[in-house]
Design a protein around this ligand. Structure first.
Ligand code: NAI
Ligand code: MG
Length: 423
């Protein structure tokens, strides 16, 4: 298809999505349990923005003319890679769909995408809008199946040319193994995290408290980039803990369709039980429970916003990805010490830094091993900002200009020049 038509379809799709914003948001809340206001005012508009961003790229993807040695005309062609296999999780069902589908279509690929077992609805609904936008049938193929069967089949298939996966680090390992055992398809992995937030002694404490709170509790704590280790300088530690606790106690938990609700239920019983067992482990290992610590009532998978202080690096709650509303606060004394401790994780997805000192910010920015560093803010996302992890948080980057290379082949074309004298 000509690039301009590709771009037009993506723009038309974004317009349709904008028109159906509220229905799609309702499906997302129904499936996932996230607050409707969050889905309708933040997430679905972000999805629309992302498709417009990649619609803008579709007609601007091209190769180079390369000045090589010798009498040759050398150029590169940037071609679609072919069939993209994409597997997404349940925490941001449509946003993860967008991060995968947007760049893949802009680059001219076809897609087989599998939604998570828990959350198939929004992707089904919007994929029909794609047909209305003029995408030819067969270009975008949606499967709602189970991971070990349908997911694994995509990973192993000899006719799938590329894989993009978002989910747990353990499943990421399986995906990579299946790719290596079949046709060596390249794999982009967006996996787990245990992201540090560093609150320095000169930080604006109220700003740091509010950001560290939403960094962890946003989306019921079910974010790969959740700020799940909050390191606070000893001189501001007591003030921070007191304010973090007060903020957590104010958090509004309840029916996600109700106005003003900040936190809905966890995704399912498996996650619910796992989170409660991590909370028990925090208590047993000697961390101080400042707030929460239990489920809410007896109906539904609601968990109290939980804050632990006095957390030590070797506790399970400081090492494992909990994926729930459990904030861990740790104390530090020096910058060198906190850099070492923040980096002592098998993950490296994101980090937050709160300071008013430009030198401290620059030092931390360069020393921290993470794919995103947020300075005096957290969870700022845009279609143009690349996202991905160091270490066991994954391979490659999604969003922005960086995601294009995930879905393109580079072909070098070499032609002898007939009359080298003109070189
Ligand atoms: P998961 O990684 O198993 O599931 C994510 C996706 O992978 C789903 O679409 C699933 O169907 C698929 N999948 C599962 N097994 C597969 C296989 N053998 N081959 C191919 N695809 C497969 O994550 P799960 O079990 O839902 O959650 C477990 C933990 O993973 C969570 O507690 C959390 O810590 C982490 N997680 C991280 C996410 C992230 O955004 N990085 C998102 C979801 C979960
Ligand atoms: Mg799993």
């Amino acid at each position: 298809m000509h690039v301009q038509e590709r771009s037009r379809i993506l723009f038309r799709f974004a317009d349709l999505l904008e028109k159906h914003n509220d229905e799609v948001a309702a499906l997302e809340t129904w499936d996932n349990g996230k607050p409707y206001e969050q889905a309708a005012n933040v997430e679905i508009p972000m999805v629309t923005r992302l498709f417009r961003y990649y619609a803008g790229w579709a007609d601007k993807i091209h190769g180079l003319t390369v000045p090589a040695d010798g009498p040759y005309h050398v150029q590169t062609l940037h071609e679609p890679i072919g069939v993209a296999g994409q597997i997404v999780p349940w925490n941001f069902p449509l946003l993860m769909y967008a991060w995968k589908v947007g760049p893949a279509l802009a680059c001219g690929n076809t897609i087989v995408l599998k939604t998570a077992e828990q959350t198939p609805l929004s992707a089904m609904y919007v994929s029909k809008l794609f047909l209305e936008a003029g995408l030819p049938p067969g270009v975008l193929n949606l499967i709602s199946g189970f991971g070990p069967t349908a997911g694994a089949a995509i990973c192993s298939h000899m006719d799938v040319d590329k894989l993009a996966f978002t989910g747990s680090t353990n499943t990421g390992k399986i995906v990579l193994e299946l790719a290596s055992k079949s046709n060596l398809k390249p794999v982009t992995l967006e996996l787990g995290g245990k992201s540090p937030i560093i609150v320095c002694e000169d930080a604006d404490i109220d700003l740091a408290v509010e950001n560290a709170h939403s960094a962890l509790f946003f989306n019921q704590g079910q974010c790969c980039c959740a700020g799940s280790r909050t390191f606070v300088h000893e001189r501001v530690y007591d003030e921070f803990v007191e304010k973090a606790k007060a903020r957590a106690l104010k958090r509004v938990v309840g029916d996600p369709f109700k106005k003003g609700v900040e936190q809905g239920p966890q995704i399912d019983g498996v996650q619910f039980k796992k989170i409660l067992s991590y909370i028990r482990s925090g208590i047993e290992s000697g961390a101080t429970l400042e707030s929460g610590g239990d489920s809410v009532g007896s109906k539904g998978y609601y968990i109290q916003p939980t804050v632990f202080s006095n957390v030590q690096d070797d506790m399970l709650i400081a090492k494992d990805e909990i994926f729930g509303p459990v904030q861990s606060i740790l104390k530090f004394q020096t910058l060198d010490e906190v850099i070492r401790r923040a980096n002592a994780s098998r993950y490296g997805l994101a980090a937050g830094v709160f300071t008013k000192n430009i030198n401290t910010a620059n030092t931390l920015t360069r020393a921290l091993k993470a794919g995103t560093i947020w300075i005096n803010c957290y969870i700022v996302f845009d279609a143009a900002i690349p996202f991905g992890g160091y270490k066991m948080s994954g391979h490659g980057r999604e969003k922005g200009i960086y995601s294009l290379s995930n879905y393109l082949q580079v072909k070098a074309v070499v032609t002898p020049l007939e009359n080298p004298a003109w070189l």
